[in-house]
Design a protein around this ligand. Structure first.
Ligand code: ADP
Ligand code: MG
Length: 298
Protein backbone atom coordinates (compact mmCIF):
# COMPACT_ATOMS: atom_id res chain seq x y z
CA UNK A 1 0.00 0.00 0.00
CA UNK A 2 1.08 3.57 -0.69
CA UNK A 3 1.83 5.46 2.47
CA UNK A 4 -1.48 5.66 4.33
CA UNK A 5 -3.00 9.10 4.65
CA UNK A 6 -5.64 7.86 7.06
CA UNK A 7 -4.86 5.85 10.16
CA UNK A 8 -7.48 4.67 12.60
CA UNK A 9 -5.96 2.82 15.53
CA UNK A 10 -7.84 0.87 18.22
CA UNK A 11 -10.75 3.26 18.03
CA UNK A 12 -13.76 2.73 20.26
CA UNK A 13 -16.80 4.82 21.11
CA UNK A 14 -19.12 4.27 24.03
CA UNK A 15 -22.58 5.78 24.43
CA UNK A 16 -23.73 5.32 28.03
CA UNK A 17 -22.70 1.73 28.59
CA UNK A 18 -23.05 0.66 24.96
CA UNK A 19 -19.97 0.37 22.76
CA UNK A 20 -21.12 1.67 19.37
CA UNK A 21 -17.63 0.91 18.05
CA UNK A 22 -14.81 -1.22 19.38
CA UNK A 23 -11.24 -2.04 18.28
CA UNK A 24 -11.47 -0.36 14.90
CA UNK A 25 -8.21 -0.44 12.95
CA UNK A 26 -7.93 0.90 9.45
CA UNK A 27 -5.53 2.50 7.03
CA UNK A 28 -6.37 4.14 3.72
CA UNK A 29 -3.88 5.05 1.01
CA UNK A 30 -4.28 7.89 -1.50
CA UNK A 31 -6.50 6.84 -4.39
CA UNK A 32 -7.98 3.92 -2.50
CA UNK A 33 -11.74 3.41 -2.16
CA UNK A 34 -12.71 1.57 1.00
CA UNK A 35 -16.24 0.42 1.77
CA UNK A 36 -17.68 0.10 5.27
CA UNK A 37 -20.74 -2.07 5.09
CA UNK A 38 -22.99 -3.49 7.77
CA UNK A 39 -26.56 -3.54 9.04
CA UNK A 40 -28.20 -0.46 10.50
CA UNK A 41 -26.96 0.42 13.96
CA UNK A 42 -23.58 -1.24 13.47
CA UNK A 43 -21.59 1.96 13.99
CA UNK A 44 -20.93 3.22 10.46
CA UNK A 45 -22.10 6.80 10.96
CA UNK A 46 -20.30 6.90 14.30
CA UNK A 47 -16.99 6.06 12.61
CA UNK A 48 -17.58 8.61 9.82
CA UNK A 49 -18.27 11.28 12.45
CA UNK A 50 -15.15 10.34 14.37
CA UNK A 51 -13.02 10.49 11.21
CA UNK A 52 -14.57 13.84 10.31
CA UNK A 53 -13.76 15.19 13.77
CA UNK A 54 -17.42 15.80 14.60
CA UNK A 55 -17.26 13.58 17.68
CA UNK A 56 -14.30 12.33 19.70
CA UNK A 57 -13.62 8.64 20.16
CA UNK A 58 -13.72 7.22 23.68
CA UNK A 59 -10.45 5.44 22.95
CA UNK A 60 -7.93 5.14 20.16
CA UNK A 61 -6.21 7.42 17.70
CA UNK A 62 -7.32 8.88 14.37
CA UNK A 63 -4.99 10.51 11.90
CA UNK A 64 -6.55 12.19 8.87
CA UNK A 65 -5.21 14.73 6.38
CA UNK A 66 -5.16 18.20 7.91
CA UNK A 67 -5.11 20.09 4.64
CA UNK A 68 -6.49 19.58 1.15
CA UNK A 69 -4.69 20.15 -2.13
CA UNK A 70 -5.37 23.88 -1.86
CA UNK A 71 -3.37 25.57 0.94
CA UNK A 72 -5.49 26.09 4.10
CA UNK A 73 -8.38 24.09 2.67
CA UNK A 74 -10.02 21.22 4.52
CA UNK A 75 -8.27 17.85 4.33
CA UNK A 76 -11.60 16.07 4.47
CA UNK A 77 -14.75 16.34 2.38
CA UNK A 78 -17.88 14.98 4.01
CA UNK A 79 -21.18 13.88 2.53
CA UNK A 80 -23.74 12.96 5.16
CA UNK A 81 -27.25 11.67 4.59
CA UNK A 82 -28.93 15.03 4.32
CA UNK A 83 -27.09 18.18 3.37
CA UNK A 84 -28.72 21.47 4.31
CA UNK A 85 -28.73 23.89 1.39
CA UNK A 86 -30.53 27.21 0.95
CA UNK A 87 -33.57 26.40 -1.19
CA UNK A 88 -33.92 29.89 -2.68
CA UNK A 89 -30.42 29.93 -4.18
CA UNK A 90 -28.88 28.13 -7.15
CA UNK A 91 -26.39 25.30 -6.66
CA UNK A 92 -23.50 27.56 -7.57
CA UNK A 93 -24.67 30.31 -5.18
CA UNK A 94 -24.99 27.80 -2.36
CA UNK A 95 -21.42 26.60 -2.83
CA UNK A 96 -20.16 30.15 -3.29
CA UNK A 97 -21.68 31.06 0.05
CA UNK A 98 -20.05 28.10 1.76
CA UNK A 99 -16.73 28.77 0.03
CA UNK A 100 -16.88 32.42 1.08
CA UNK A 101 -16.81 31.40 4.73
CA UNK A 102 -13.39 29.83 4.29
CA UNK A 103 -12.16 32.16 1.56
CA UNK A 104 -9.66 29.67 0.14
CA UNK A 105 -11.59 28.42 -2.87
CA UNK A 106 -11.77 30.22 -6.21
CA UNK A 107 -14.87 30.58 -8.40
CA UNK A 108 -13.15 28.34 -10.89
CA UNK A 109 -12.76 25.55 -8.36
CA UNK A 110 -16.43 25.80 -7.44
CA UNK A 111 -17.41 25.54 -11.11
CA UNK A 112 -15.09 22.60 -11.60
CA UNK A 113 -16.52 20.76 -8.61
CA UNK A 114 -20.07 21.31 -9.90
CA UNK A 115 -19.06 20.03 -13.32
CA UNK A 116 -17.33 16.93 -11.93
CA UNK A 117 -20.57 15.79 -10.27
CA UNK A 118 -22.50 16.31 -13.50
CA UNK A 119 -24.40 19.52 -12.66
CA UNK A 120 -24.34 22.74 -14.66
CA UNK A 121 -22.50 25.55 -12.86
CA UNK A 122 -24.23 28.14 -15.06
CA UNK A 123 -27.74 26.92 -14.29
CA UNK A 124 -29.78 29.36 -12.21
CA UNK A 125 -32.14 26.64 -11.04
CA UNK A 126 -32.90 27.06 -7.34
CA UNK A 127 -31.90 24.19 -5.05
CA UNK A 128 -35.50 24.13 -3.79
CA UNK A 129 -36.41 22.82 -7.24
CA UNK A 130 -33.66 20.22 -7.35
CA UNK A 131 -34.47 16.53 -7.44
CA UNK A 132 -33.11 14.38 -4.62
CA UNK A 133 -30.33 13.12 -6.87
CA UNK A 134 -29.29 16.66 -7.79
CA UNK A 135 -29.07 17.59 -4.13
CA UNK A 136 -26.86 14.60 -3.47
CA UNK A 137 -24.62 15.66 -6.34
CA UNK A 138 -24.43 19.18 -4.98
CA UNK A 139 -23.48 17.78 -1.58
CA UNK A 140 -20.69 15.85 -3.28
CA UNK A 141 -19.59 18.99 -5.15
CA UNK A 142 -19.45 20.83 -1.85
CA UNK A 143 -17.37 18.06 -0.36
CA UNK A 144 -14.84 18.06 -3.19
CA UNK A 145 -14.60 21.77 -3.95
CA UNK A 146 -11.80 22.29 -1.43
CA UNK A 147 -9.91 19.46 -3.13
CA UNK A 148 -9.71 17.30 0.02
CA UNK A 149 -7.37 14.34 0.27
CA UNK A 150 -10.03 12.25 1.99
CA UNK A 151 -13.68 11.98 1.09
CA UNK A 152 -16.11 10.52 3.63
CA UNK A 153 -19.52 9.44 2.37
CA UNK A 154 -22.32 8.18 4.60
CA UNK A 155 -25.02 6.23 2.72
CA UNK A 156 -24.48 8.39 -0.37
CA UNK A 157 -26.85 6.49 -2.64
CA UNK A 158 -29.87 6.52 -0.33
CA UNK A 159 -32.80 7.63 -2.45
CA UNK A 160 -30.90 7.72 -5.75
CA UNK A 161 -32.21 5.96 -8.84
CA UNK A 162 -30.17 3.33 -10.69
CA UNK A 163 -28.83 5.76 -13.27
CA UNK A 164 -27.67 8.22 -10.59
CA UNK A 165 -26.01 5.41 -8.65
CA UNK A 166 -23.98 4.35 -11.69
CA UNK A 167 -22.95 7.95 -12.35
CA UNK A 168 -21.93 8.47 -8.73
CA UNK A 169 -19.84 5.30 -8.89
CA UNK A 170 -18.00 6.58 -11.97
CA UNK A 171 -17.45 9.97 -10.37
CA UNK A 172 -16.02 8.39 -7.22
CA UNK A 173 -13.74 6.12 -9.24
CA UNK A 174 -12.33 8.99 -11.23
CA UNK A 175 -11.86 11.15 -8.11
CA UNK A 176 -9.85 8.32 -6.58
CA UNK A 177 -7.92 7.11 -9.59
CA UNK A 178 -7.28 10.42 -11.36
CA UNK A 179 -7.00 12.80 -8.42
CA UNK A 180 -5.64 10.39 -5.83
CA UNK A 181 -8.38 11.13 -3.31
CA UNK A 182 -8.88 8.48 -0.65
CA UNK A 183 -12.54 7.58 -0.29
CA UNK A 184 -14.30 5.96 2.65
CA UNK A 185 -17.83 4.92 1.88
CA UNK A 186 -20.35 3.67 4.47
CA UNK A 187 -23.50 1.85 3.44
CA UNK A 188 -25.93 -0.76 4.70
CA UNK A 189 -26.22 -2.11 1.15
CA UNK A 190 -23.48 -4.34 -0.14
CA UNK A 191 -24.42 -3.77 -3.77
CA UNK A 192 -23.56 -0.10 -3.37
CA UNK A 193 -20.01 -0.68 -2.28
CA UNK A 194 -18.88 -3.89 -3.92
CA UNK A 195 -18.47 -2.51 -7.42
CA UNK A 196 -16.69 0.65 -6.52
CA UNK A 197 -14.42 -0.33 -3.62
CA UNK A 198 -10.90 -1.73 -3.66
CA UNK A 199 -11.48 -3.07 -0.17
CA UNK A 200 -14.64 -3.78 1.78
CA UNK A 201 -14.79 -3.94 5.57
CA UNK A 202 -17.81 -5.70 6.99
CA UNK A 203 -18.97 -4.32 10.31
CA UNK A 204 -21.46 -5.65 12.78
CA UNK A 205 -22.28 -4.46 16.27
CA UNK A 206 -19.38 -2.02 16.26
CA UNK A 207 -16.65 -4.43 15.19
CA UNK A 208 -14.98 -5.14 11.88
CA UNK A 209 -15.77 -8.80 11.24
CA UNK A 210 -14.27 -9.30 7.81
CA UNK A 211 -12.07 -7.53 5.33
CA UNK A 212 -12.36 -8.32 1.66
CA UNK A 213 -9.61 -7.18 -0.72
CA UNK A 214 -10.39 -7.14 -4.42
CA UNK A 215 -6.77 -7.92 -5.17
CA UNK A 216 -6.55 -11.21 -3.27
CA UNK A 217 -9.24 -13.09 -5.09
CA UNK A 218 -6.68 -15.81 -5.80
CA UNK A 219 -6.77 -17.30 -2.34
CA UNK A 220 -9.72 -19.54 -1.77
CA UNK A 221 -10.50 -22.62 0.31
CA UNK A 222 -10.51 -25.97 -1.45
CA UNK A 223 -13.46 -28.23 -0.81
CA UNK A 224 -12.70 -31.95 -1.02
CA UNK A 225 -15.38 -34.63 -1.19
CA UNK A 226 -14.24 -38.14 -0.44
CA UNK A 227 -15.89 -41.36 -1.59
CA UNK A 228 -16.97 -42.30 1.90
CA UNK A 229 -16.50 -41.41 5.52
CA UNK A 230 -13.53 -43.74 6.04
CA UNK A 231 -11.62 -41.71 3.46
CA UNK A 232 -12.33 -38.60 5.46
CA UNK A 233 -10.37 -40.09 8.35
CA UNK A 234 -7.35 -40.63 6.10
CA UNK A 235 -7.77 -37.12 4.79
CA UNK A 236 -7.90 -35.62 8.29
CA UNK A 237 -4.76 -37.51 9.29
CA UNK A 238 -3.02 -36.10 6.21
CA UNK A 239 -4.24 -32.57 6.97
CA UNK A 240 -3.09 -32.75 10.58
CA UNK A 241 0.31 -34.12 9.53
CA UNK A 242 0.72 -31.09 7.27
CA UNK A 243 -0.48 -28.63 9.88
CA UNK A 244 -3.31 -27.34 7.69
CA UNK A 245 -6.48 -25.70 8.96
CA UNK A 246 -9.73 -27.22 7.79
CA UNK A 247 -13.41 -27.42 8.51
CA UNK A 248 -15.50 -30.59 8.21
CA UNK A 249 -18.61 -29.62 6.26
CA UNK A 250 -20.31 -33.01 5.92
CA UNK A 251 -19.52 -36.67 6.69
CA UNK A 252 -17.55 -36.83 3.42
CA UNK A 253 -16.73 -33.19 2.80
CA UNK A 254 -13.97 -30.96 4.13
CA UNK A 255 -13.02 -27.38 3.38
CA UNK A 256 -9.26 -26.85 3.48
CA UNK A 257 -7.38 -23.60 3.82
CA UNK A 258 -4.47 -24.25 1.48
CA UNK A 259 -2.25 -22.41 -1.01
CA UNK A 260 -1.14 -25.53 -2.91
CA UNK A 261 -2.29 -25.77 -6.55
CA UNK A 262 -5.22 -28.18 -6.91
CA UNK A 263 -3.44 -30.74 -9.17
CA UNK A 264 -0.62 -31.04 -6.64
CA UNK A 265 -3.13 -31.48 -3.82
CA UNK A 266 -4.91 -34.24 -5.75
CA UNK A 267 -1.59 -36.03 -6.30
CA UNK A 268 -0.70 -35.84 -2.64
CA UNK A 269 -4.10 -37.14 -1.56
CA UNK A 270 -3.95 -40.04 -4.03
CA UNK A 271 -0.56 -40.96 -2.57
CA UNK A 272 -2.12 -40.85 0.90
CA UNK A 273 -4.76 -43.35 -0.34
CA UNK A 274 -7.65 -40.93 -0.02
CA UNK A 275 -10.38 -41.68 -2.57
CA UNK A 276 -11.55 -38.38 -3.95
CA UNK A 277 -15.06 -38.01 -5.28
CA UNK A 278 -14.87 -34.34 -6.08
CA UNK A 279 -12.71 -31.29 -5.52
CA UNK A 280 -13.48 -27.64 -6.01
CA UNK A 281 -11.71 -24.36 -5.29
CA UNK A 282 -14.21 -21.69 -4.54
CA UNK A 283 -13.94 -18.34 -2.81
CA UNK A 284 -17.13 -17.33 -1.08
CA UNK A 285 -18.55 -14.32 -2.89
CA UNK A 286 -18.74 -11.04 -1.10
CA UNK A 287 -22.48 -11.51 -1.00
CA UNK A 288 -22.24 -14.92 0.66
CA UNK A 289 -19.90 -13.47 3.25
CA UNK A 290 -22.26 -10.57 3.86
CA UNK A 291 -25.31 -12.80 4.22
CA UNK A 292 -23.48 -15.04 6.63
CA UNK A 293 -22.46 -11.95 8.62
CA UNK A 294 -26.06 -10.74 8.72
CA UNK A 295 -27.59 -14.01 9.84
CA UNK A 296 -24.86 -15.14 12.20
CA UNK A 297 -26.09 -14.46 15.72
CA UNK A 298 -23.99 -12.82 18.48
P1 ADP B 1 -25.11 2.94 11.56
O1 ADP B 1 -24.67 4.21 10.94
O2 ADP B 1 -24.27 1.75 11.20
O3 ADP B 1 -26.56 2.66 11.32
P2 ADP B 1 -24.68 4.38 14.04
O4 ADP B 1 -23.22 4.70 14.04
O5 ADP B 1 -25.61 5.46 13.68
O6 ADP B 1 -24.92 3.07 13.14
O7 ADP B 1 -25.08 3.86 15.49
C1 ADP B 1 -24.36 2.83 16.15
C2 ADP B 1 -24.95 2.61 17.53
O8 ADP B 1 -24.70 3.74 18.35
C3 ADP B 1 -26.45 2.41 17.53
O9 ADP B 1 -26.74 1.44 18.51
C4 ADP B 1 -26.97 3.77 17.89
O10 ADP B 1 -28.23 3.66 18.54
C5 ADP B 1 -25.91 4.29 18.84
N1 ADP B 1 -25.80 5.75 18.81
C6 ADP B 1 -25.43 6.49 17.73
N2 ADP B 1 -25.39 7.80 18.06
C7 ADP B 1 -25.74 7.89 19.36
C8 ADP B 1 -25.87 8.98 20.31
N3 ADP B 1 -25.63 10.24 19.95
N4 ADP B 1 -26.25 8.67 21.55
C9 ADP B 1 -26.48 7.40 21.93
N5 ADP B 1 -26.36 6.33 21.12
C10 ADP B 1 -25.99 6.56 19.85
MG1 MG C 1 -25.69 5.45 9.58
Amino acid sequence: MNKAIVTVKNVGKVYGSHWALKDINLEIAPGEIVGFVGPNGSGKTTLIKIMAGLITPTEGIVNVPKEGLIPDSAGIGLVMESAPFAAHLSGYKNLELLAYIKNVISANEIRQAIQIVGLDPESGKKVGHYSFGMRQRLALAQAIMERPRLLLLDEPTNGLDAQAIIELRDTLKSLAKENGIAIFLASHLLTEVENVCDRVLMVKQGKIRKTFNKSDNGRAPVIVQTTDASDIEKLLIWLKAHGLTYQVLKANEVSIDIDMPVPQLVNSLVQANVNIEGIIKKAPTLEEEFISLLIKGE
